[in-house]
Every structure is written in C-alpha cells, then in structure tokens.
Design a protein around this ligand. Structure first.
Ligand code: G6P
Ligand code: ZN
Length: 631
C-alpha cells in the first residue's frame, strides 16, 4: 500500500521529555475524493472503494484533522479497533502509521484488532494509560493516568463483509460516543479540500496477534500498544449487573440459552461473558468466531437474517410461534448480535420480542437491574422516533421523562451526559433504544447487544426468584404477555425496500411530503379497509441539550382505525446503506384489548400496510410490489 514514491519527506523535530528526537514523517500529496460524507453511523463504502489509492488515507487524515481542530490540540491517545470484517487487519496498521505521523503518542489496538463497538466505547471511557503496564510485558515508562480522546472504529455494523461487500469507519469521541453531525460535516468538508496526508517513511510491521502488552515504537514519541479487548468492557458490564446472581440463575434447572454471534465481533465477548464469567455451557454459543465475511451471512440480527436462531427458538420467519414444537423443549432465552456487537435480537421459547417492546419491558422492570436499582431508578428514557410508543406508555405511568429523537445513537449521548438536565456524566441512570434492534444505557455511549442480553437475563432471574418449583421457569413470553395486559400492545413491524433507485426513492418521499404533509391529509378518500388518514407531519428535532436542529427525519402518517384506535406509518430513507436507497416503512398499531394480543404482528398490521402503500403509490413509483425484508 505504501507506493507513493513521489512523496515529499520531511524531518519533524519533536520533543519527548528532555530529549530531542527526530522522526521521519512523510507528507504524501493527494487530491480530494468526492462522496465521502458519513451517513447515520460513519462512512460506509464497498471494500474496493476503500482499497482505492489514497481513499483510506484521505478519509483518516481528514478525520484526525477534524478531531484535532475540535480538541484544540494534538491528540495524545486513541484506540483503533474494528469488527473483524474483511480489510480490518490491513487498514488498522495503515491508520496507526497515519496517527503516529500526526503526532498521536499512544495508539491502542486490541489483540487481533477486534472489538465490539460497545467495547470500544467502554475502553475510551475507562481505560487508563497505567494499564499499558498492567496488561502484560512491555509497557512501562508511561506518564500519568491519561485516557483516550477518541476511537477510530472500523465497522459497517450489520452490513455484509468480504470482497464486494462493505467496509466502514466512524469516530467516537472522548466520552465514547459516536461523533455528532457537526463533526462529521466538518470532516466531510475537509475531504473536499485535502491536499496531502501524513504517514511515516519507516513502516513498522505490527503483529495484531502479538501478546497483550506488546509495544511497537513507530516514532521516538509514538507507540502502539496491543491491549486486552475485554477488560474495560467487562468492568463496565460488572458495574451494571450482579454477575453472581446471573451465574446462579444460569445454572437453574430448566434454564438454557442460545446466543448467535453471526460471526461478528460480539461473539468473542459473548464467549467471555456468558461462558467464562457466567458458566453457561459452550453449547449456548453459535457462530461466535469472528470471520472476515461473517461466514457469508448478513450479520443483522432480525427475523430474516438470524433465521437459524429464529428456528431454534421455535419461531416462524414472521415471528409467530411454530405451534408444532412444544415450548418446554425450547431454550429459555435466545439472542443474536450484529457484526459489531451493538445490535440485539431477543426471543423466548416460541416468542419473539420486538425491540420496541424490549425497551418498554426493561424500563418497567428497572428494579430487576442493579445498575438502575442501586441508583434510585431510571432518571430518563429515550427512543428513536420510528420506534413504537410502547416505551412512552410505561415512562408516563412510571413518571420517567421520555425523549423522542431522530434515528441514530448519537442523539442519546447528549441527553444522558447532560449536566443541566440530569446532573451529568456518571449520574444519569438512563435507558434508550431503537426499533432497529438497538438497546443501551448510560454504561457506555453506544448501543450494546450483550448488555441487552444480560438485562433480559436479570429480568428473568428476578421474575423467578420466588419460583422454586423444579424445572419450571417464568419465561419471556409470560413476562411480555403480562406487560401487554397491563399497558396494551403496540403491534409493530417494518418493511424494507432495499436497493431502490435513489431517484425513485426520493420521488416517493417528495410525493408523501407534497400530498400529505403540505397538502390536506384528512381530505383523502377512505379506502376499502376503512382505515382513515388523519394527518401527516415531517419529523424534525431540536436537541434539548445543545439546541442543534435536525430536520427531515421521517414522514409520519397518522391514521384512525375503524375501531377508533390510532395507528401510525412512518416512511424514512435509510442512512446506512452504501449503494442505492432503502425505503423503510414502519407500521404501528395500538391494541388495548388483551383478547386480541395473541395475533401475529404482520397479520394484525396487514390492512394498515396495504392502505399506506396504496396512498403513497409505492408500486407505481418504485416498481416494487413487495418489500425485500419484513422485520
Ligand atoms: C446505525 C445506528 C443506529 C441507527 C441505524 C439506522 O445502526 O447506529 O443508531 O438506528 O443505523 O439505520 P438506517 O439504515 O435506518 O439509517
Ligand atoms: Zn452495529
């Protein structure tokens, strides 16, 4: 990759303690490459695009420059880690050399280069430089208790990996949170004007499989340290849950679990936590070895892509129970993570829990989770706008402030770190989540797949405390059904139209905006279904913490069902794709009557879906008569 022979060489004099040292920084001329604007969560492109000349370097140099500008000084310490996908191990050393050439003194890389996204967030928040020594041999000579100013995270999350598939990079800032819109926009502007990047003339061979604690000197003042990927994350989880209680519960007769790592980064953390810490048998794990192409699977934990797990849990692809399988023969808890271990799918025996319901359930059961119970309960909750209102109903009943944000995890971080609203950083017991299989809390500043699994295990453990009958357990299904009885059920599902021509996708959105948001929605004629469109709005958000405004975050169509109950359909374009456009249609319908709660969601929502598709002329405008995926 280092073939830039025409590069100018300069000698940069730097000072380390009292000794003047000289490092050979190489300035490589480059020209701007278009189309590098990061999406909802970093820049995602096909691997081959990233492998193009100067592509990775241009982006990373712009990223470092943006971070330096924001910090007001050279960065001192950063983490570089990825989800293990194809190109991960090639890109990490290149980025390390750029970082060193830019004067970053301490560069932390996890062993094998792999860390889940929540683990990176935990390490940014918690890791102290003194751990360089404690982590193993090498180390030494480090001053102070410095922590990282940020992390460069190599992931395209739930997008497939391998040749011809996606690679991505995002930046997480000092509190461990994904960089906000101001940062990514400034980064993008830099990619449009970049004229050179810095790397080193001497390339050091960094062995990512070297023992923890191994150090590589890149320049007299910049060192790479191979760090333990687990340590800080494990500490973070231990601060949330009672591991002794979970270990005991895991041994209960009748309890069993299946965890599907989808060959992503979450798998090694699941093994460490579920098997090594909590004592569950190895047979609880499936696909927990990270692979560069995720074993050719689409590492997104939903009913479609986690089909093997879904089957093991006695479920049909639409999320309903396969009645031919007795639930007593099924695992008590089933879970899956995505490529970078921040998403989660939760299921019980013959029972799928929607992400929106999962959030509402965790909220209502905060007493079962030590992280919240020991700090006086939840001080705030938040959900993304397209997620269902199941959380709002619980929050209002339990007097917890509830926020509705645009899609994208970065919006939650601002809320939970706010001193003004909640007293700040470490004082905000906070729960948040998204319909896109993301759940998390204030222990890190990312969603956390494994955290959700332990939260559910804690809820199950508590629910079974008084229940001593041999081999019988209160299950996920019992817990959720009781919840619906108390609060009503929000039927929910999502239709995805993937790979739609971008123009056609924009036309659908423009049409909805013009006809229903700007037009008079309520004058629309009522179709055969009897479902009536009452009004339409386009969601925009003003951040209550920093006042920043985000607009065009989804088109909401509000309906009234023939029963008089409300229903809602949201249209939004995905911000995480790498080619073409994906239209998402989110369907939600509230049902108070518990005799109707047993229906499967896609069946309950079919009428609403048909009505919405008819109104927005989906087939006419996109040529699609059915979605690519229903989750
Ligand atoms: C990433 C973000 C999530 C967000 C999701 C939306 O996973 O981390 O916070 O919900 O993207 O994806 P979409 O494709 O709907 O824009
Ligand atoms: Zn992810």
């Amino acid at each position: 990759r280092y073939r830039h022979t025409a590069a100018a060489m300069i000698h940069a004099a730097t000072t380390s303690g009292n000794v003047d040292t000289t490092a050979e920084v190489r300035i490589v001329p480059t020209t701007p490459i278009p189309d590098m604007r990061p999406g909802t969560s970093g820049l995602r492109k096909k691997v081959e695009v990233w492998q193009g000349e100067h592509y990775l370097e241009n982006f990373v140099q712009s990223l470092i420059d943006t971070a330096v500008e924001k910090e007001g000084k050279t960065l001192d310490t950063i983490i570089i880690a990825g989800d293990g996908r194809y190109h991960n191990s090639q890109a990490i050393p290149i980025i390390a050399h750029l970082a060193a050439a830019n004067g970053i003194r301490h560069i932390w890389i996890p062993q094998f280069g792999i860390m889940s996204t929540p683990a990176v967030s935990a390490a940014i928040r918690r890791r102290r430089r003194s751990e360089d020594e404690e982590d193993g041999r090498g180390g030494g000579g480090r001053d102070g208790e410095g922590i990282a100013q940020g992390g460069i995270v190599l992931t395209a999350s739930h997008n497939p990996g391998g040749p011809g598939e996606d690679f991505g990079i995002k930046y997480n800032e000092g509190l461990g949170q994904p960089a906000g819109e101001d940062f990514t926009e400034a980064l993008y502007q830099k990619t449009l004007t970049i004229s050179s990047y810095k790397t080193l003339s001497n390339i050091v061979d960094i062995d990512l499989s070297a023992p923890v604690g191994t150090q590589y000197t890149l320049t007299p003042t910049s060192t790479v340290t191979i760090i333990d990927p687990y340590r800080n994350y494990l500490d973070a989880l231990k601060s949330c849950f009672d591991f002794d209680q979970l270990r005991k519960f895991g041994q209960r007769k009748g309890f069993s679990m299946v965890f599907d790592g989808m060959h992503g980064a979450g798998g090694i953390f699941a093994k460490r936590v579920l098997v090594e810490e909590l004592g569950l048998p190895e047979s609880s794990l499936m696909r927990c070895n990270p692979l560069p192409d995720f074993g050719k699977c689409h590492p997104d934990p939903n009913l479609t892509y986690a089909s093997e797990l879904v089957k093991k849990m006695g479920l049909l692809p639409d999320g309903s129970a396969d009645e031919s399988i007795p639930s007593s023969s099924l695992p008590t808890l089933g879970a899956a993570n995505d490529g970078d271990g921040d998403r989660n799918l939760i299921a019980g025996a013959g029972f799928f829990v929607t992400p929106s319901d999962s959030m509402a359930l965790i909220c209502d059961n905060w007493e079962s989770i030590p992280q919240f119970a020991s700090r006086g309960g939840l001080k705030g909750v938040a959900r993304s706008m397209p997620s269902s209102a199941a959380l709002d109903v619980v929050a209002s009943a339990r007097n917890i402030p509830c926020f509705v944000t645009p899609t994208g995890w970065k919006f939650f971080g601002n809320l939970m770190s706010s001193k003004e609203m909640f007293g700040g950083e470490d004082y905000t017991p906070f729960l948040c989540g998204e319909e896109s299989f993301g759940t998390g809390s204030d222990h890190v500043r990312e969603k956390d797949g494994l955290w959700a699994v332990l939260a559910w295990m804690s809820i199950l453990a508590k629910a079974n405390e008084g229940n001593v009958a041999e081999g019988t357990l209160v299950g996920v299904k019992d817990i959720v059904q009781n919840h619906w009885e108390k609060y009503g059920r929000h039927f929910y599902c999502r239709y995805d139209y993937e790979g739609v021509d971008s123009n056609a996708a924009n036309k659908v959105m423009d049409f909805i905006r013009e006809s229903f948001v700007n037009g008079d929605a309520s004058s629309m004629e009522i179709g055969e279904s009897g479902i009536k469109l009452t009004n339409a709005v386009e969601f925009s958000y003003t951040d209550p913490v920093d006042g920043s405004k985000t607009s065009k975050q989804g088109l909401i169509l509000n309906f009234e069902l023939p029963s008089g109950d409300p229903a809602r359909v949201v249209f939004r374009l995905s911000g995480t794709g790498s080619a073409g456009a994906t239209i998402r249609m989110y369907l939600e319908q509230y049902e108070k009557d518990s005799t109707k709660h047993g229906m499967s969601a896609p069946v309950a929502l079919r009428g609403l879906a048909e009505e919405a598709l008819r109104l927005v002329k989906m087939e006419e405008k996109t040529g699609r008569d059915s979605p690519t995926v229903i989750t």
